[in-house]
Design a protein around this ligand. Structure first.
Ligand code: FMN
Length: 396
């Protein structure tokens, strides 16, 4: 018994769940796994839309064959070339030698680069259609909605958008495949973590893609990861617009790096004062303990961000530096930003925190705190002032 699911009478989910990989892209934790979604259109022509990570090729081929038996596949549409989706291209081509690979110029370039395949290409441009007899597929190029070649494919008959990585999420499909079959509350954090960890850097391109699709009548969104959005596709489109605009919620993330708790004590004082000021969503993260994946997610989600770090070997604490680099790279913006540095003799942590503020074009709230060795009562008072000002700005 497998999990193959009919989306319409001619379109099937033939993807797989990955419950083994610890880190997606060797970076992002997968406590609830991840699904690699692949789709099969079985009409006058047979089409596969995206494949799966190559370690799942056996169950994947079994899924396909259980739908089409001995029939052959006419086209393989590649919306995205990242190997979690393109990894089975070569095996599919071996199994179905006459298959034509459909992609744009950049896709086909990557197909050759990654898999050495140079022929049986069907190149499409933005807005092109592919006639399958009983239906047409239309292609929308959406570059950098994760990689340069990314595109989306629209099935004009069943009004399904095959969206590639867009609108996807971490988390296995544990039986339920469609949004109306599962409790979205359970998936929501994993969907937002997928967005903030994987897609957020490309937010302007996401917004461009969404406006390009404005006129398209989308009844179902089939992403390359996570649930299929059929009951209310607008739900996930609205989320993507909100997240891409960095339209944040009331709340403050305090991320800190501290070896011997001097910095941590200031964090506790700041957090306490925030609570007294009525801030309910306060998320305090020790960068040595919590994976940056979760810190980035909440930093994106909430308006306030307070960064506190000791100095370590003439620099900021290394794991804080890692967080700063990721946030800079993702172009986080519009934060109500507070900075707290600590040191004992040279004091570079505060400079690096200020440098971060410059890089994200954000004026930090004053006072910018810097403490030598253990914090004094005056410095705890400064933490309280900082917390009050951050809370004021968040309340607006
Ligand atoms: C391994 C190590 C390296 C340090 N390197 C520096 C440094 O380069 N410059 C400096 O001013 N302080 C340095 N310090 C001192 C700490 O920044 C300082 O003691 C601070 O109060 C530690 O904060 P914490 O208790 O939150 O860890 C270092 C401390 C340690 C343990």
């Amino acid at each position: 018994m497998n999990q193959i699911t009919a989306i319409t009478d001619k379109v099937y989910w033939v993807g797989v769940n990955d419950r083994e990989t610890e880190l997606f892209e060797a970076l992002w934790p997968l406590p609830k796994g991840v699904a690699y979604n692949s789709y099969l259109i079985v009409g006058e022509k047979i089409v596969v839309v995206d494949t799966v990570k190559n370690s799942y090729i056996n169950s994947y081929l079994r899924n396909i064959k259980s739908v089409i038996g001995d029939r052959s596949i006419d086209y393989l549409v590649i919306n995205h070339m990242e190997p979690d989706h393109s990894g089975s291209i070569k095996a599919i081509k071996n199994e179905y030698p006459n298959i034509k690979i459909v992609g744009n110029k950049k896709t086909l370039n990557f197909v050759e680069g990654f898999y050495g395949i140079k022929e049986d290409f069907h190149e499409v441009k933005d807005g092109d259609t592919l006639d399958l007899g009983d239906r047409q597929l239309k292609f929308y190029l959406t570059p950098m909605v994760h990689w340069p070649e990314t595109m989306m494919t629209y099935d004009q008959k069943d009004k399904i958008l095959f969206a590639g990585d867009a609108f996807g999420g971490f988390g296995n499909l544990d039986g339920g495949i469609f949004d109306d079959e599962l409790n979205i509350d359970f998936y929501e954090d994993e969907i937002s973590r997928y967005f903030t960890n994987i897609v957020a850097k490309y937010s302007p391109m996401v917004l461009r893609a969404i406006s390009k699709l404005e006129e398209v009548d989308i009844q179902t969104i089939c992403s390359a990861h996570g649930p299929i959005w059929r009951s209310n596709p607008q739900y996930i489109i609205d989320k993507y617009v909100k997240w891409s605009n960095q339209d944040a919620e009331d709340g403050v993330v305090i991320a800190y790096g501290s070896m011997y708790s001097n910095t941590e004590k200031m964090v506790e004082a700041t957090a306490r004062q925030l609570a007294k000021e009525g801030i309910k969503n306060i998320r305090v993260y020790n960068v040595s303990k919590t994976h940056i994946s979760y810190i980035i997610n909440d930093a994106w989600r909430y308006k306030g961000l307070i960064l506190a770090s000791c100095t370590y070997n003439t620099g900021v604490f290394p794991l804080m530096d890692n967080l700063l680099r990721f946030l800079e790279n993702k172009k986080i913006k519009n934060k109500v930003l507070g900075l707290i540095g600590s040191y004992s003799w040279s004091g570079e942590s505060r400079d690096r925190l200020k440098d971060f503020a410059n890089k994200i074009n954000c004026d930090p709230i004053h006072p910018i705190i810097e403490v030598k060795c253990a914090p004094t009562e005056n410095e705890f008072d400064d933490c309280a002032i900082l917390a009050k000002k951050v809370a004021e700005q968040i309340r607006g």
